[in-house]
Design a protein around this ligand. Structure first.
Ligand code: ADP
Length: 652
């Protein structure tokens, strides 16, 4: 009991290692019983056991060991741990694996009395049964005896393995970080936009390739420098510094536009954004910036404004009626010529306001044409009458074209119109004249034809066959003349709207049979072949359609050499009857094909000089077919022949 009391009086500390130290049988070691310990050892052991920092002591020649709770943690408490064996153990036995390394240090301290300090020393030790890679930061401090010579060593140490591992990991991550940096560098150097970063002292901490090129500087020259040092003029640098202050104060982006000279490209306009860079707690640590060269955009905008102004000047000064429509068809611009024509302020005509002035008879057709074209976004041409300022209707010829942006998006229409009232009136007078002349010619011609016929019959009866033959020729020529005059009459009737279509249900195969029996005996110069036709019922004006087919056939005869053949066919296609007349004649050039159906259009050429005609037949054919809801056309190869065709809706 006495001895125990003594021990407690000597080792005061609390904790596991204090208890173990008190309980340990020190008399079995070279240190001897606690009660015999010299003051220096007692003091050192108490200091060690009271410390929260990992420490241990080697004492005496055998380096008998002491250690504290904090050091116990480093050793670990598993079954293979050096603890608790290490207490009172000889240093060399305990630390076999590192003794060759540490023993010289220990001896050195003991000999010289100089402490040793090592940082992050790699000393692998056995822990949990395996050799563990351990890093230590430690100092060996001499514990001096009464005479000042070192008798033991106080080791103050800490394990730095974790910190070293982190460093190692960071080192291992370096290539990854490097890779990422390269990736960002690639991104930022691939763009013509300028990208940069300022620290809070307005110094550049980053500048991408485009910016360095603009400055004409290398990264080393430019980074870490301020705006002025990188060549910014005072006003410009001060402006950006104010903006950086603003970003820092508000933590919000600042956007601006500035114009200044580029090292290579000269004066340019730039649009830029400065943005705050925040750390994880939301504090601003830098200001990043991107700048885009918008010189070309600004130039394009200026060019658009210029061209817009030019267009308005031209449109306003023009006598032609000009209008612009939006993509919905509403007119959003009329030039002055419109108010001059209508006597109404152009504002009132906007949108669909203009429709109120269109002649009631033309309104539906006019709007239909406009809206249909708008839907398909195709050009249109049409004629309609519009109320003018003096109360009379004026004929307008109008045409419009869809407008598209360069990217292909539809933006509306531009339309122009001209007043064709005079032209219309002239045409009408001409038509009336043609009609009158034709009428006047028709009466004497009809009586001449009947006189010729009667005389011809009489001469035949009297046996004067030669004179009768001559009169027969005169009769044929008169027939041609009659056909021409009838053609003119048809045109004038058509133009005056006096051709009436009188529709009835008709079988086309029967109609073609009739045409065949009329034509074949007449056409002695050519082989006319009618392909077999099945019953095909259509609702038509029989005479008019017969006229179209006859016209096709007589043209085929007219424009193809004798002894060639002409083939007539009628088929059903998609609910339409398709009638065609094919010849092996002279054919028609591509550029003429589209115009054949225009009034008075005749193809010119050496090969047809001797063939008479006025370019009326096909024009009338087209009008007739269109009034039946069909289509008309031609397929032709010059020198090989032509195929004229038309369609008619089949009756259901
Ligand atoms: P025309 O009275 O001049 O024959 P059309 O209106 O019937 O008038 O024909 C217009 C023009 O079309 C003609 O001048 C002719 O050059 C051309 N044409 C019509 N049919 C044929 C055809 N079958 N072969 C070649 N050219 C033709």
């Amino acid at each position: 009991m006495r001895a125990g009391l003594d021990v407690l009086d000597i080792i005061f500390a609390r904790g596991e290692m204090a208890d173990r130290t008190r309980a340990f049988d020190w008399s079995a070691t070279s240190v001897g019983p606690i009660t015999d310990w010299p003051l220096q050892l007692r003091t050192a052991v108490n200091l060690l056991l009271d410390s929260g920092f990992p420490m241990f002591i080697w004492w005496g020649k055998e380096k008998i060991q002491f250690y504290n709770d904090a050091y116990l943690k480093i050793l670990g408490t598993d079954e293979k741990s050096k603890h608790p064996k290490a207490l009172g153990q000889k240093g060399e036995e305990c630390w076999q694996e590192i003794w060759p390394v540490i023993s010289p240090l220990i001896e050195d301290v003991l000999k010289t009395g100089d402490a040793v300090f090592r940082e992050d020393q790699f000393l692998p030790i056995y822990r949990k049964g395996v050799l563990d890679d351990v890093y230590w930061t430690f100092s060996y401090n001499p514990i001096r005896g009464e005479d000042g010579t070192p008798e033991g060593i106080l080791v103050v140490c800490t394990e730095t393995t974790k910190r070293n591992q982190q460093l190692k990991e960071t080192e291992q991550q370096l290539p990854l970080l490097e890779k990422q940096k390269q990736l960002y560098d690639n991104i930022t150097s691939g763009t013509p936009d300028l990208m940069y970063m300022f620290d809070l002292q307005y110094k550049f901490t980053y500048a991408n390739r485009a910016l360095l090129e603009m400055w004409g500087k290398s990264s080393e020259e430019a980074i870490g420098k301020g705006l002025r040092e990188n060549g910014y003029e005072e006003w410009h640098a001060a402006m950006h510094e104010r903006e950086i202050d603003q970003v820092v104060a508000s933590k919000e982006r600042v956007r601006g536009e500035v114009s200044f000279p580029h090292a290579v490209l000269g004066k340019r306009v730039y649009d830029y954004i400065l943005a705050p860079v925040l750390d994880e707690v939301g504090e601003i640590v830098a200001v990043s910036g991107t700048t885009r060269d918008i010189t070309e955009i600004r130039k394009a905008e200026a060019a658009i404004i210029e061209s817009e102004a030019r267009f308005r000047n031209m449109a306003e000064g023009s006598g032609i009626l000009i209008a612009l429509a939006s993509e919905t068809g509403e007119i959003n611009y009329f030039n002055k010529a419109w108010s001059a024509l209508t006597g109404i302020d152009t504002d009132e005509l906007l949108g669909f306001g203009w429709c109120a002035l269109v002649h009631p008879e033309d309104k539906d057709a006019c709007l239909k044409l406009y809206m249909d074209s708008l839907e398909k976004r195709v050009p249109y041409t049409g004629e309609y009458r519009m109320l003018s300022k003096n109360g009379e209707y004026r004929w307008l010829l109008t045409s419009g074209s869809p407008r598209f942006e360069p990217d292909g998006s539809f933006t509306g229409y531009i339309g122009s119109s001209i007043d064709i009232t005079e032209r219309k009136q002239n045409e009408q007078r001409k038509n009336e004249f043609i009609s009158m002349v034709s009428h006047e010619l028709k009466t004497p011609l009809t009586s001449t034809i009947s006189y010729v016929q009667v005389s011809q019959r009489k001469l035949s009866d009297n046996g004067d066959l030669t004179t009768a033959g001559m009169l027969d020729r005169a009769f044929r020529q008169l027939g041609k003349m009659k056909a021409l005059i009838n053609g003119f009459l048809n045109v004038s009737r058509l133009e005056a709207g006096k051709i009436y279509i009188d529709k009835k249900s008709v079988d086309l195969s029967a109609l073609l049979k009739d045409v065949e029996s009329n034509i074949v005996p007449e056409a002695s110069t050519h082989t006319v072949v009618f392909a077999p036709v099945t019953e095909t019922w259509v609702n038509i004006d029989r005479d008019k359609i017969e006229q179209v087919i006859s016209n096709f056939i007589s043209n085929a005869i007219k424009y193809s050499p004798p002894n060639t053949s002409i083939r007539i066919a009628c088929e059903s296609k998609n609910g339409f009857a398709y009638v065609s007349v094919k010849d092996d004649g002279i054919g028609i050039n591509q550029e003429d094909q589209g115009k054949l159906f225009d009034r008075f259009y005749r193809v010119e050429g050496q090969d047809r000089k001797s063939i008479s005609g006025f370019g009326i037949g096909l024009y009338i054919c087209k009008e007739i077919i269109e009034r039946h809801g069909g289509e008309i056309g031609v397929i032709s190869v010059p020198g090989e022949g032509s195929l004229f065709w038309f369609t008619l809706p089949i009756e259901r």
